[in-house]
Ligand binder design. Structure first.
Ligand code: M6R
Length: 609
């Protein structure tokens, strides 16, 4: 939640900050602001609403300073308003912040008693006052920041400026992501790499508790004890074009269409066709881990949780080990039974989702072996887990997850294959069959994308519907949940995903001639049962949009609309089913005129509990 940027260098600072914030707007878009030096003073411009409002406010104004910080907000403490927008400035100190300060109320009282006057409802404002308090006592900027941070409880990624010191941009990180971009005599800070990609691909990934001092001469990073540490820069293999729309109307549409490529990139180098096995470079379980493994926990939130539900089916089928799929925010609060013979797999696009991270920490504390499946390289989850597998989906900017979901499904398929082979449950021949089908998937995904105009027509036909029901069974049930989530989050139409067999226990009461029901009815061992569910909906005059196997021509008589899905293994069908559901949500939202890439109230990366 919230995105921060900072820059020190020779370019037009305001432009670098605004362009950077545009690439971070997916993290929050309630308000935005910048702090920038001009004629020796720190000038602040901030505005409620989207970044375009801030751009309007700045208009043609120019600033001569070579250092600045910027922020795009997703409100936690204090409603979206100009006053609550960052940066916050107290005395000489201007701050942008991503995270939550838990003890801000008690600190605020102490600071008030010392004469500090607050102008916002945010937790962030206390940071600027606290640092200024120590700066006024004569501490250097770096010391003032360190002492202030010692008193703060909570999470933060910070960018800090000191009026009177144009050679100083300070960054600090604890439990909120922050990267430092290393250019040629210019340096950047950002919550994520896309804002920095137009300038450099070399990054320092800050660790928790570290504070960095950026000046025109370079970057110094200090640990919690204040000792300078040497950090190895890492080269990121994403490029700046990957974070642009490339002619598509929305990032989401571009990312839907990128899926075949993303899957190819995710599979590349990870298949051993001769051995009928997967090669997962990030997973090197000690033999005893596999031998003793009794249970697997898959943990995630939102769309990634739906991938986890599919993963449960895949791993249980290929490995015959019991798997629990759980929601990150629920897991740790029930004192989960997990031990050193369990494998804990955390799935997250961003690798920064607070609930998923907290669950991982709980599992580690209890001694489980941990594995992260992430898209963002060097994210917190990736760094804290014992093992990591990356989805190679590239940057995903649309708030609604699309290509990262399909690549998560692919990674879970590969993980299930690898473990099934290692445990001897899957034979070499069995593994080869799975691989043969998997390599066909990108091509079949291309076929699915060709249904785009048909899906757009269906979206138009049901545009007035106020509710949708999505039904699936078995491994397709999580895809029903995902289809419903996509529709809800970007078009604001109410939608429910339900196991088709469970419909008769309640949701059937909702069905009438106004209610579109999307039924995932591909050929598998529960196909006949799904057809019975279709009959039940029909008998109540519900409208049925079926997703059915290409060979199933009979279904045309039974339903109102049908989208055909190429035949593949039932274990791979979820990847294909996902595409028309993403498109249905996309076109519904686009026709309704909602903000597809930045839906209301949402943020891409939920770094607060
Ligand atoms: O970065 P993560 O995969 O951990 O994010 C989890 C959810 O916040 C995310 O999937 C969210 O539900 C998306 N808006 C779904 O499109």
């Amino acid at each position: 939640m919230c995105g921060i940027v900072g820059y020190i260098g020779h370019r037009e600072t305001a432009k670098v900050l605004i362009e950077g914030l545009k690439r971070l707007e997916y993290r929050g878009y309630d308000s935005a602001g910048i702090a920038i030096f001009h004629q020796g003073k720190v000038e602040i411009r901030r505005k409620e609403g989207k970044l375009s409002k801030l751009e309007e406010l700045i208009g043609g104004e120019t600033f001569d300073g070579k250092v600045g910080i910027g922020h795009t907000r997703w409100a936690t403490h204090g409603r979206p308003s100009d006053e609550n927008a960052h940066p916050h400035k107290a005395g000489r100190v201007a701050v942008v912040h991503n995270g939550i300060i838990e003890n801000y109320l008690s600190l605020k009282e102490i600071l008030k008693s010392k004469g500090h006057v607050f102008t916002s409802e945010t937790d962030t404002e206390i940071i600027s006052h606290l640092i200024d308090e120590f700066a006024q006592e004569g501490y250097s900027p770096l010391e003032a920041v360190r002492i202030a941070l010692d008193q703060i409880k909570g999470s933060y990624a910070l960018g800090i400026l000191f009026e009177g010191d144009e050679e100083c941009l300070i960054a600090a990180r604890k439990e909120s992501p922050l990267v430092i971009g290393l250019g040629d005599k210019e340096y950047f800070i950002a919550s994520d790499v896309p804002p920095v990609l137009p300038y450099t691909r070399d990054f320092i990934f800050m660790d928790d508790g570290e504070v960095a001092l950026l000046s025109s001469k370079g970057v110094k990073v200090f640990n919690t004890k204040g000792e300078e540490v040497s950090k190895e820069p890492k080269r990121v293999n994403w490029n700046s074009l990957m974070a642009e729309k490339g002619g598509y109307k929305h990032f989401m549409l571009k990312e839907i269409f990128e899926q075949p490529r993303a899957v190819i990139d995710t599979i590349r180098g990870r298949l051993s066709k001769e051995k009928g096995d997967a090669v997962l470079e990030g997973v090197r379980f000690a033999p005893t881990v596999l031998e003793n493994m009794r249970r697997i926990n898959l943990i995630a939130c939102g769309t990634s949780y739906h991938a986890a539900l599919v993963g449960k089916f895949l791993i249980e089928a290929f490995c015959r080990i019991p798997v629990d799929a759980d929601i990150g925010s629920e897991f740790r609060y029930r004192n989960p039974i997990i031990g050193k013979n369990d494998l804990f797999v955390a799935i997250s696009q961003s690798g920064e989702t607070a609930d998923t991270l907290a669950a991982l920490r709980e599992a580690r504390r209890k001694g489980a072996t941990t594995l992260a499946i992430c898209n963002v390289v060097e994210s917190s989850l990736a760094r804290e887990a014992d093992h990591v597998i990356y989805t190679h989906a590239g940057p995903e900017i649309g708030v609604a997850s699309t290509k990262t979901f399909s690549t998560q499904l692919v990674i879970l398929f590969l993980l299930a294959l690898r473990m099934g082979r290692a445990l001897g449950v899957l034979s070499c021949e069995g593994g080869k069959t799975l691989i043969e089908e998997l390599v066909r998937i990108p091509h079949l995904m291309e076929e699915m994308l060709k249904t785009s105009s048909q899906v757009a027509k269906i979206a138009r036909k049901y545009l007035q519907a106020r509710d949708f029901l999505y039904l699936g069974r078995g491994i397709n049930y999580p895809i029903a949940l995902e289809g419903a989530l996509k529709l809800k989050e970007i078009s604001y139409v109410h939608a429910e995903g339900y196991p088709a067999g469970e419909m008769k226990h309640g949701p059937i009461a909702l069905i009438d001639r106004e209610m579109p029901v999307v039924v995932l009815a591909t050929q598998n061992d529960v196909y006949e049962k799904v057809i019975s569910n279709i009959e039940e909906v029909k008998a109540r005059e519900g409208k049925i949009i079926a997703l059915a196997s290409t060979s199933d021509r009979e279904i045309v008589q039974k339903v109102d609309d049908v989208i055909f899905i190429p035949e593949t293994l039932p274990s791979l069908t979820p990847i294909l089913l996902t595409i028309p559901l993403q498109l249905l949500a996309y076109y519904t939202a686009d026709f309704k005129g909602t903000d597809v890439d930045q839906p209301r109230n949402l943020a891409k990366s939920v770094t607060v509990e």
